[in-house]
Structure formats: structure tokens, C-alpha cells
Design a protein around this ligand. Structure first.
Ligand code: PSU
Ligand code: MN
Length: 311
């Protein structure tokens, strides 16, 4: 059973709809990480574990995707299994793709950070946990490859909890772009941007906050002021799972080199690089990726709880 809003395009699960209505904590989760970010079956195992982690930390999980011609907020375990098995045959859906994938009921659309934020916001969900956001790619000064995740952050009021940006991106340029768009980057218990697989970079975050309550407080102030858009909350990967910086940088360099030789561009770049880096590190990067997502899910659940008790 699902509830629909008057537009008829969105299908919110009963559990998620009830939690949103009662102002209970809810955390949105994306599905591109399942279809394009990890291999089967670890992708499905991780997606289900992430949902458990959200629950254990006091919130209701709402995994988001486009299935059977509907924008779905809150998937069943069977739907998550379908996305995991469909893998890269699913359409990777960013903002521009949403209406087109809705048009063809046969398509399974896995939503990126941008599309997940848009649908979460429609469903009344204000906090979203993922692994890493898209950003400004290296070489973007000639390719113009800048993820639509960044412009979505500028317009949609959802807090995105992530482990920073991988060095497949240009972190310095990503930071500049977010500043231009008025999107603050908050370091959770860190002064510097984490680099996804590792805990540190040379780039400072805009503000550091050490508790979910302080982050919730500033988000509510932004809302009261009518400041549009979201915030990025950067959480470093737990120490025990962080990778050796030299090893991971070498793997990334090699993966980027191979990608250039193959001529891969556009929306295929991130999935290709994630897969290649996992291969080069003998699966090490995948283990780190899984652990950082779980950690972000727990921080997001506590942030959502803090936002509801402050409101
Ligand atoms: N980073 C990851 N794993 C992912 C992604 C990013 O570590 O799965 C996905 C997210 O869905 C993100 C998207 O929103 O890649 C960005 O893609 P693009 O750069 O094509 O906008
Ligand atoms: Mn891109």
C-alpha cells in the first residue's frame, strides 16, 4: 500500500508518509549508489544494512528511485533487490532525466544525489545520507563536467551527509562552485574536507560543528531566514576503515589514465572510476565505501532527530 499526492507521480510508502506527517525523523537514501556505485550482491546487502543503521539510530529510512512510472520514496526489500540486480542497466537519473523516465513505465531509474534531493524534498524529507556527492571533475575548465548535484544543492532544501569528495574530482574547484552557489560545507568533527577514502585534504571546510544539534540549529536558522538550498555535511570515514593515501591516490591516477584512453566521458565517468578503483585495490576501496556510507547513515539519522526536536 502506498499513498500518492495529488500530482499522482509520487508514491510514498505508508511508513515514510506516516513518519513525515508525525514529524518523526526520516533519512532519504539514493539508489544510483546501488545500481552504479557498487557490484551485486554487495550493493543490495549494503543498501539493506544502511536502512538498518538508520533505524538503529532512531530514524525511518526512505530509499528513493523511479519504478513503474512513479517517483518512489521508501522502497521494499524486493524493490531494492531489483535495483541491485538491474545494476548499470538502470537509468542513472539526474534532474534533467526525471520526467523522461517517468514517461516510460518499463524503465527502472536509479536516482543520483540531485534527483534524490528533488524527490526527497517533494516527500517532505529534509535529511539525506550518501557516500560521496558529485562535483567539479578534474579538467572541468575544458570539459565543463560539473555534476548537477551541485546546482541541486543550491536550490533544494535538503541536508546531504557525505564523506566529502573523492580525488577523482577537483576538490578545490568543487569548493569554489559551492561557495558561488551559496551552499555551505559543514565539517562534522573535522576542520578539513575529507576525501572519501581518506580523512583529510588540504582544503578547509566552511564551518566545523561537532554535534548533530549544532548542525540542526543552523539549518533551522537558514530556513527561518528563507535562505534557499541545502547544505553539505562532510563526515570523515572512520579511522579504522580509512585507506592509505598514497595507495588510493595511485589507484585513482591509474583509473583516470585508463578512462582517458578509453574515451569515457559524461555520466559514465563516476561508475567507471569506482569500478576500476575497486579492481585496482583488490576490493579494498569497496570495503571502505561500504563503511563510510554506514557511518554517514548514522550521523544523518541523528541529525534528522535533532532537526525535529529543535523545530
Ligand atoms: N560518488 C560515489 N558513488 C556514487 C556516486 C558518487 O562515491 O555512486 C553517484 C551519486 O549518485 C552522485 C552521482 O550523485 O554519482 C554523480 O554523478 P555525476 O557526476 O554524473 O553527476
Ligand atoms: Mn558529469
Amino acid at each position: 500500500m502506498t499513498q500518492s499526492d495529488s500530482s499522482g507521480y509520487i508514491a510514498i510508502s505508508d511508513e515514510v508518509a506516516a513518519a513525515v506527517d508525525a514529524a518523526q525523523p526520516v533519512v532519504a537514501l539514493e539508489s544510483t549508489i546501488i545500481s552504479h556505485g557498487m557490484p551485486y550482491p554487495q550493493n543490495v546487502e549494503t543498501a539493506l544494512l544502511v536502512e538498518d543503521t538508520v533505524r538503529k539510530n532512531g530514524a525511518i529510512p526512505a530509499t528513493i528511485a523511479i519504478m513503474n512510472g512513479r517517483l518512489c520514496a521508501g522502497l521494499t526489500a524486493e524493490q531494492i533487490e531489483t535495483i541491485g540486480q538491474t545494476g548499470q542497466r538502470a537509468v542513472k537519473v539526474s534532474r534533467r532525466d526525471i520526467a523522461f523516465v517517468l514517461q516510460d513505465c518499463r524503465l527502472t531509474g536509479s536516482t543520483t544525489v540531485a534527483a534524490t534531493m528533488f524527490i526527497a524534498s517533494m516527500a517532505g524529507i529534509k535529511v539525506f545520507a550518501t557516500g560521496g556527492i558529485g562535483g567539479v571533475h578534474r579538467g572541468a575548465e575544458t570539459t565543463m563536467d560539473i555534476s548537477a548535484d551541485l546546482s541541486e544543492l543550491a536550490r533544494t532544501d535538503v541536508a546531504v551527509v557525505c564523506a566529502g569528495a573523492k580525488s577523482i574530482l577537483d576538490i578545490g574547484l568543487t569548493r569554489e562552485y559551492l561557495e558561488t552557489q551559496g551552499v555551505p560545507v559543514i565539517g562534522y568533527q573535522t576542520d578539513v574536507w575529507p576525501a572519501f577514502y581518506t580523512r583529510e585534504t588540504e582544503f578547509a571546510v566552511d564551518y566545523r560543528h561537532d554535534t548533530p544539534e549544532k548542525i540542526a540549529d543552523v539549518i533551522l536558522t537558514r530556513r527561518k531566514l528563507g535562505l534557499d538550498g541545502g547544505v553539505v555535511v562532510c563526515v570523515p570515514v572512520p579511522e579504522a576503515y580509512a585507506m592509505d593515501p598514497v595507495k588510493i591516490d595511485t589507484a585513482i591516477e591509474n583509473a583516470l589514465h585508463e578512462m582517458a584512453e578509453l574515451g569515457i566521458t559524461g555520466k559514465e565517468t563516476t561508475p567507471y572510476l569506482l569500478q576500476k578503483i575497486a579492481e585496482i585495490t583488490g576490493g579494498g576501496s569497496l570495503q571502505t565505501n561500504i563503511q563510510l556510507v554506514l557511518n554517514n547513515a548514522s550521523v544523518a539519522a541523528r541529525l534528522s532527530a535533532a532537526m525535529n526536536s529543535n523545530a
